[in-house]
Every structure is written in structure tokens, then in C-alpha cells.
Design a protein around this ligand. Structure first.
Ligand SMILES: O=C(O)C(=O)[C@@H](O)CO
Ligand SMILES: [Mg+2]
Length: 259
């Protein structure tokens, strides 16, 4: 049975960020993920996790200058020092929070003719992260983002992510399999799950097309959860969706799993 993590960047936004830990625990979650921890000292976040008996299972490296269109810097040629600084900071937080997974954000490729350079830069920087994280048993995750959400992001298909993981060739680098993006770009989710077996170390879910609760739209998540069991996946499933209304009201789908 899946181990669900509440995504505190998207769920429970009815309350300020630091109050979302309590809200998630009250709703029956034992695990949380969110985009970025960097606005808060790690001790503040760790105290929240401890207070509510939660485990943090994922966060991302810093996104760079978001208002200038950045969404990660680790693929940007010439920004290696920034990438390494972000990776080092992420490692400090991951150790302090006891978090086993960090998503290293790649970045946007503004000029498609430069794609190969960006790809190689990302490979080199992810190897840097993998080697730094390895002694702590922390995994590096790479995620494809669909063009609907992030146009021109370095990775859009799950098969591109798989290719990168294989090229990077480190045993602590894995695909972050977000079924929302996967359905938008790749489809054929059962075959995809079989193909990625053993190569993904975190899953995220949301309905398609609206990115709401996983109980509507194109994806049959009961089938996906059974499929994940079938391929022996024992990691977490992040609920990375925008609730249709009040977060608690949309958790009917979760009731059977939160007992
Ligand atoms: O957008 C997503 O999907 C994510 O998982 C983010 O962490 C990265 O954009
Ligand atoms: Mg995602």
C-alpha cells in the first residue's frame, strides 16, 4: 500500500506554511514534502516535524531567480558555482531534517540549439550532488516537468529522465516519477511504470488535466497504486495537487489509506 506524503506547498494552503504540518498530521498524514525549506532555519522545520510525528521525505534545491524565469540552475552553463552552492545548502537541510531525497532542479533552456550544453552541465552537476550526498545515504532525484507547467524545462519526458539517470551512472540518482507530468507528456502509464521499475525513488500524483485530487480525470489511480505494488515500489507517493476546494474536504479519496 502506498505511503502518502502531503505536499505542503500545494495542500493546506488555507493556513500559513508553518501551520500546515499540524493540519497534515490531523488529516492522517505521517509524511510530508514541500518545494523549498530555505526561508526557515532547519531547526524550526525539524521542531515542527517532531512536534507532529511527521517525516519529511522530499524537497528541492533552490530555484534560482524565479522572477527572471529561472526554475533551477543546475543545467545552466556558467552557473556551476551557484549550482554547487545550492546543492551544498540542500545537503545541510537534508541532514538536519533527516530527509532521504532531494530533487535537484535542472532549469529552463531558453535556446533549443544550446540543449546539448545544458544537458552536459546538468549531468556534471548532478554527479557532484550524488557524490556529496552518497556518504549520508541521501538520494538525488531528477524530475521531468510537462511543457504546460514549465515550458522549455530541460526534461519533459520520463524517458529523457531515465536516459539522464543512466548517463549519470551513480547508484544514488533516480527518477522522480510525477504521474501528472507523465500523463501530459508520455501517457501509457502502466508500460511506463514497468519500464522505470527500479529506476524511480519517489512518486507524485494529481489528476489530469486539472491537477486536483487523484479521484477525477484521466488517470485511474487505484490501478496505478496496484501497479506500484506490483513493481515492488516501496517509496513515498507525494500528493502534489491543488485541492478543488478546502483541502480537508477533498481528502475523501485518502480516507481508506489513512487508517
Ligand atoms: O512541479 C512539480 O511537479 C514539482 O515536483 C516541483 O517540485 C518542481 O517544479
Ligand atoms: Mg512533481
Amino acid at each position: 500500500m502506498p505511503k502518502f506524503a502531503a505536499n505542503l506547498s500545494m495542500m493546506f494552503t488555507e493556513v500559513p506554511f508553518l501551520e500546515r504540518f499540524e493540519a497534515a498530521a490531523k488529516a492522517g498524514f505521517k509524511y510530508v514534502e514541500y518545494l523549498f525549506p530555505y526561508e526557515y532555519p532547519a531547526e524550526v522545520l525539524k521542531a515542527k516535524l517532531n512536534q507532529y510525528g511527521l517525516k519529511q521525505v522530499l524537497f528541492n534545491t533552490a530555484p534560482g531567480n524565479v522572477s527572471a524565469g529561472e526554475w533551477g540552475v543546475s543545467a545552466i552553463p556558467g552557473r556551476e558555482a551557484d549550482s554547487h552552492r545550492d546543492i551544498d545548502l540542500a545537503l545541510e537541510y537534508a541532514i538536519a531534517l533527516g530527509c532521504p531525497n532531494v530533487h535537484v532542479m535542472a532549469g529552463v533552456v531558453p535556446d533549443p540549439t544550446e540543449y546539448a550544453k545544458y544537458k552536459q552541465t546538468f549531468i556534471d552537476n548532478v554527479r557532484y550532488a550524488a557524490d556529496k550526498f552518497k556518504p549520508y545515504g541521501i538520494k538525488v532525484l531528477l524530475e521531468a516537468l510537462s511543457p504546460q507547467v514549465k515550458p522549455n524545462y530541460l526534461i519533459s519526458s520520463q524517458y529523457q529522465t531515465l536516459e539522464l539517470v543512466e548517463l549519470i551512472n551513480r547508484d544514488n540518482v533516480f527518477v522522480q516519477l510525477d504521474y501528472f507530468h507523465a500523463q501530459n507528456v508520455d501517457g501509457n502509464l502502466s508500460r511506463l511504470t514497468d519500464r522505470l521499475k527500479g529506476k524511480f525513488a519517489h512518486v507524485q500524483i494529481a489528476s489530469v488535466p486539472d491537477r486536483h485530487e487523484p479521484d477525477e480525470g484521466e488517470i485511474n489511480y487505484t490501478h496505478i497504486f496496484n501497479k506500484l505494488d506490483e513493481v515492488g515500489y516501496d517509496g513515498w507517493v507525494g500528493c502534489e495537487y491543488n485541492p478543488r476546494g478546502k483541502t480537508e474536504d477533498g481528502l475523501v479519496w485518502f480516507a481508506q489509506y489513512s487508517k
